[in-house]
Write a protein that binds this ligand. Structure first.
Ligand SMILES: Cc1ncc(COP(=O)(O)O)c(C=O)c1O
Length: 382
């Protein structure tokens, strides 16, 4: 038989999704699992989201909608971007997609092609390099302490550089770009005529004062070259509903819309109504409680001999450097043995471009978190 697509075959499976499947299977087999690998909040979805979804079903909303989403949802997103981010978009510049992941893929497809380079700061969310590769472009991984500096971006730029990816607060590091850091990056972006894909999916999980700054909000010349991606998956604990969106300059938004029109059409209409309810009923108290978990998790983790970790300002992960406790093992072996011997599930840093790190999520109950960290401490020192 003729070979299958080499481009598709070059894509690595998501390590976080496969680990989760493995942990779920262990749990189903009756084994104890303390799962700190989760990439989703553990609080319930907003009541209004349920209500709007049920009403959408009762009202008989069962047909195709506009490819880019129902007008009510795009208007709600428009208002959110204006209020939270100081970004003024027309509803036509917003495209609702099947999760932020799909919105990102649309953005890369609209911006990149064979021969282009896309700068991705490492540690990175596992999906960025694979999505970029699917477009034919080449991911250019730039190692950073946790955030890309203007100097690092400048050094990575070549005549082929098309896009830079910014994720703030970031998965896996939880680092948030400050306004001065974005100002410096914006200068490089403008000088080299780059586009920015800005992923703000963890925006509401931010533990310092003030809102998370967006590079698109620094001025019209930045907004004109940035695709802002966000959604309700994390902020409203609705990962299963698959609602994300991209906001972009009109020409890019039109292209994204065209791509989506031939690939998937609109997102589930019931989920779109649910998303409006979610955005009107954001679970702020639950989100705020994650700050305490961060503090507990960070304190206990950094008390373990040999484990170093910056205190993250956002998201719900810790991403410590564990090189001194690996003792010759890879992070993959370390995590596999930790799971086998203690039942604690963590993600090795390998898939995030940081092979001497591990990622743990504190989006779990405090007692589970504490027990898991006790076991990690005993394992690391054993
Ligand atoms: C940085 C980042 N962006 C995007 C996503 C995808 O979000 P969604 O579930 O809305 O597709 C995730 C999910 O883990 C993420 O960590």
């Amino acid at each position: 038989m003729k070979p299958l697509s080499s481009r598709a075959a070059s894509i690595r499976p998501s390590p976080t999704l496969s680990l989760n499947a493995q942990l779920t299977a262990r749990r189903a087999a009756g084994e104890e699992v303390l799962n700190l690998s989760v990439g989703e909040p553990d609080f319930p979805m907003p009541g209004l989201a349920r209500e709007y979804a049920l009403k959408a079903i009762a009202d008989g909303h069962n047909r195709y909608t506009d490819v880019a989403g129902i007008p009510e949802l795009r208007e709600r997103v428009r208002r959110k971007l204006a209020e939270d981010n100081g970004l003024e978009y027309a509803p036509g510049d917003i495209v609702v997609a099947n999760g932020a992941k799909h919105a990102l893929y649309n953005a890369f497809l609209a911006l990149c092609e064979d021969g282009d380079e896309v700068v991705i700061p490492a540690p990175y969310w596992v999906t960025y390099p694979e999505q970029v590769r699917l477009t034919g472009a080449e991911p250019v991984i730039v190692p950073t302490a946790s955030k890309l500096t203007a100097r690092q971006l400048e050094a990575a730029v070549t005549p082929r550089t098309k896009v830079v990816v910014l994720n703030s607060p970031g998965n896996p590091t939880g680092a948030t770009y400050t306004r001065p850091e974005l100002d410096a990056l914006a200068d490089v972006v403008l000088r080299h005529d780059l586009y920015v894909v800005e992923d703000l999916i963890y925006e509401y999980f931010h533990y310092d004062d003030g809102a998370v700054p967006s590079i698109a909000a620094l001025g019209p010349e930045l907004k004109d070259r940035t695709v802002v991606v966000n959604g309700v998956s994390k902020s409203c604990a609705m990962t299963g509903w698959r609602i994300g969106y991209a906001a972009a300059p009109p020409e890019i938004a039109q292209l994204i819309r065209r791509l989506q029109g031939q690939a998937t059409s609109n997102v589930s209409v019931v989920a779109q109504y649910a998303a409006i309810g979610a955005m009107d009923d954001v679970p702020w108290e639950a989100i705020k409680s994650y700050r305490d978990r961060r503090d507990v998790a960070h304190e206990r983790l950094t008390a373990i001999d040999g484990i170093r970790c910056e205190r993250p300002t956002g998201a719900f992960y810790l991403f410590p450097d564990v090189s001194t406790v690996l003792g010759g093992r890879t992070a993959d072996e370390f995590c596999a043995r930790l799971l086998a011997e203690t039942g604690v599930g963590l993600v090795p840093g390998t898939g995030f471009g940081a092979p001497s790190h591990i990622r743990l999520s504190y989006a779990v109950d405090l007692p589970v978190l504490e027990t898991a960290l006790d076991r990690l401490a005993a394992f690391a020192s054993g």
